[in-house]
Write a protein that binds this ligand. Structure first.
Ligand code: BF8
Ligand code: SF4
Length: 653
């Protein structure tokens, strides 16, 4: 195997990659080295949609292909490279949108149960947000109780999934111009499930065979994710568990403890993790841990469920996606409790090399070789305790091969879009005005959302960090979610001190004045909907155009791997945001489809995709786009003045 140092930039991970090799444990880093991607599948030209195939359609031999030659490059059903690439691409969107939205459906179901008093242990924590939702959805408030209002909200939220006509309710939150554009283009989503199902229908053999038309449906389903499923999940979770406010946390494998029962909660669903948080603090459980020789119970998170409990409780993050196997390699994890999404099937096998237990909890996500303890939300505390008890009882089985890396970093998280509002505008006059003003006066050049996964095809965390540092150095404020936020956190970028160290002078001056980091952590991947809301608030506050596509903003997922990332990227593009992805790009098998996504979409949606694996170059594509928007807004001169002032100030000292 190649040197561990080439696999990750994170020293804790490098140590565990080496330990894995010593312990004879195989990880995603090893598998990625061995498994060469199929070159035809990698560019989106392999179709498995029917039993006549699989069909692999090669790239044209020359740019000036004759009709006769072109005819030969087809699947058995006659599908062209364009159709195949577009079908594959929107099926990816369907997968991602379905994952976010099915998560959201679970939240809505629990929400309704809580409102009806059928889910003991949960309660409505954020009354203000509940009332805001009631207002948004025209639900009568009057002197009705919170639970009565919540029952209406829960029912309406659930109906959004199966709605057959009309439009999703949250579309109304977008700037008016954007809503009109969506209607004009026929991409305003009806029901969430309907848009996903329609993709599966249209991509069946012999249905939609026009790549423009296919991609239009892709945009529609992705919008049903961003302004539908994901936004519903974020909003209802906030009402149930509290809207995040700035909170201190710690990150990296060093948060695991030698002398305590280590429980890692991994996946995406806060319904479970919220209860596990409570169960690990239960005195009966702590006593049990002590009786087993441990000094207590230490809970840490992985992947997006980690972000959820970090944002609301300050629970430490053990790490991001590519650290899930490495966490087990420490030999110090009593149980890894998983729910849904981004969970590697290799975990039970690795757990067997140590003493760890992998506990699956969702009826939707079982893994052969894992222990299944179903989490029943209507009997949440009992289920959570059963899970914690299993972990605690495993403590005496710890083996000899234990090595917890010491690395851990401080971070500040909890920047919901409401918090950004308060922090910048003050509690009494919450507003995005100061952010807009600092963009207009050029101290902040623009805003970038840097989000998404890890991917072992590239150096772990390195692409995120290089991109983010380049952006903040150039005065671009960075908003983050998902595994990308954890990469930045491990490198210390989510602390206020990072502003002086890494940010350009303009951005640093704003961060120092407000006391915020130059990189703001907004939560899990469904919380990308918070970025949509923050961008919308910027438009509504005025001075930066009248649509999301006018804003000097850009998005990126430089180490993406998940179908969810493609759905997220697509809803940002469909909302008017320039979005650049790294690693690889799944439509390169068709020049036409790629051109539509990378160029023509800008004319239609004001936002478009780009692919650039080099993080510095990708950052500069984003900066160039931000500057283009500044120019269109007529605020490009302000920034030149500011830089000039700073140059002069530097000369004076
Ligand atoms: O939903 S960033 S690796 S954990 S998919 Fe998965 Fe990607 Fe992480 Fe979160 Ni999002
Ligand atoms: Fe091949 Fe067409 Fe079947 Fe796809 S749908 S596998 S291109 S025959």
């Amino acid at each position: 195997m190649a040197e561990a140092e080439t696999k990750s930039i994170d020293t804790a991970s490098i140590k565990m990659i080496k330990k894995a090799a010593d312990d004879g444990v195989n990880t995603a880093f090893d598998r990625a080295e061995k498994m060469k991607p199929c070159p035809i599948g990698a560019v989106g030209s392999c179709c498995t949609n029917c039993g006549m195939g699989p069909c692999r359609v090669p790239l044209p031999k020359s740019r000036t292909e004759t009709p006769q030659e072109k005819q030969k490059r087809r699947g058995i059903c006659g599908a062209t490279a364009e159709t195949i690439a577009a079908r594959n691409f929107i099926r990816t969107i369907a997968g991602g949108a379905a994952a976010h939205s099915d998560h959201a459906r679970g939240v809505a179901e629990l929400f309704l149960a809580v409102a009806k008093g059928e889910a003991p242990g949960y309660e409505i924590k954020d009354e203000q947000k509940l009332l805001q939702l009631a207002l948004d959805w025209d639900i009568e408030v009057g002197d009705r109780s919170n639970n009565e209002i919540a029952i209406d909200i829960g029912k309406i939220a659930l109906a959004e999934f199966g709605k057959q006509e009309g439009e999703l309710l949250f579309l109304r939150r977008a700037p008016l111009k954007r809503q009109e554009l969506w209607r004009r283009e026929g991409v305003a989503p009806r029901g969430i499930d309907r848009e996903v199902v329609e993709i599966m229908h249209r991509t069946h053999m012999g249905v939609d065979q026009d790549y423009h038309n296919l991609l239009r449906q892709g945009v529609r389903a992705s919008l049903a994710d961003g302004w539908g499923g994901s936004m519903i999940a974020t909003e209802l979770q906030d009402v149930l568990f509290g809207t995040p406010t700035p909170i201190l946390g710690r990150v990296n494998l060093g948060v695991l403890k030698q002398d305590e029962v280590n429980i890692i909660i991994h996946g995406h669903d806060p319904l479970l993790s919220e209860m596990i948080v409570v169960a690990t603090q239960d005195s009966e459980m702590i006593e049990l841990a002590k009786s087993k020789g441990a000094n207590g119970i230490n809970l840490a998170g992985l992947c997006c469920t980690a972000n959820e409990i970090l944002m609301r409780h300050g629970i430490p993050l053990a790490g991001n996606f590519l650290q899930q196997e490495l966490a087990l390699v420490t030999g110090a994890v009593e149980a890894m409790v998983v729910d849904v999404q981004c969970i590697m099937q290799s975990l039970p096998d690795i757990a067997q090399c140590y003493h760890s237990k992998i506990i699956t909890t969702s009826p939707k996500a079982k893994i052969t070789g894992a222990t299944h303890i179903e989490f029943d939300e209507r009997n949440a505390m009992e289920s959570a305790k059963a899970i914690v008890r299993t972990a605690v009882e495993n403590f005496p089985n710890r083996g000899q091969s234990i090595d917890i890396p010491e690395e851990q970093s401080d971070l500040v998280a909890g920047f919901s879009h409401e918090t950004i509002n308060y922090l910048l505008g003050g509690v009494f006059r919450a507003s995005y005005r100061p952010l807009n003003d600092n963009i207009i006066n050029g101290r902040i050049r623009g805003v970038a959302g840097v989000v998404g996964c890890n991917n072992p095809r590239v150096k772990h965390d390195d692409i995120h960090l290089t991109m983010i540092k380049e952006l903040i150095r150039n005065d671009v404020l960075v908003l983050q979610t998902g595994c990308s936020a954890m990469a930045a956190a491990k490198a210390g970028l989510l602390t206020p001190e990072a502003a002086a160290k890494y940010a350009g002078e303009g951005l640093a001056s704003v961060c120092e004045a407000v006391g915020i980091p130059p990189v703001l952590h907004l939560g899990s991947c469904i919380d990308n909907s918070r970025i949509l809301m923050a961008a919308t608030a910027m438009v509504k506050d005025g001075g930066l155009g009248d649509d999301l596509s006018d804003l000097p903003v850009a998005g990126a997922a430089p180490e993406w791997m998940s179908e969810k990332a493609i759905s997220i990227g697509q809803y940002f593009v469909g909302s008017g945001v320039f979005t650049v992805f790294g690693v690889n790009w799944p439509t390169l098998g068709s020049d036409e489809v790629t051109k539509l996504l990378f160029q023509d979409f800008e004319d239609i949606y004001g936002g478009m995709w780009a692919f650039e694996p080099d993080p510095i170059r990708a950052a500069h594509l984003m900066i160039a786009h931000i500057d283009k928007k500044r120019k269109a807004l007529g605020i490009d001169k302000a920034r030149e003045r500011i830089l000039y002032d700073m140059e002069m100030r530097r000369e004076m000292v």
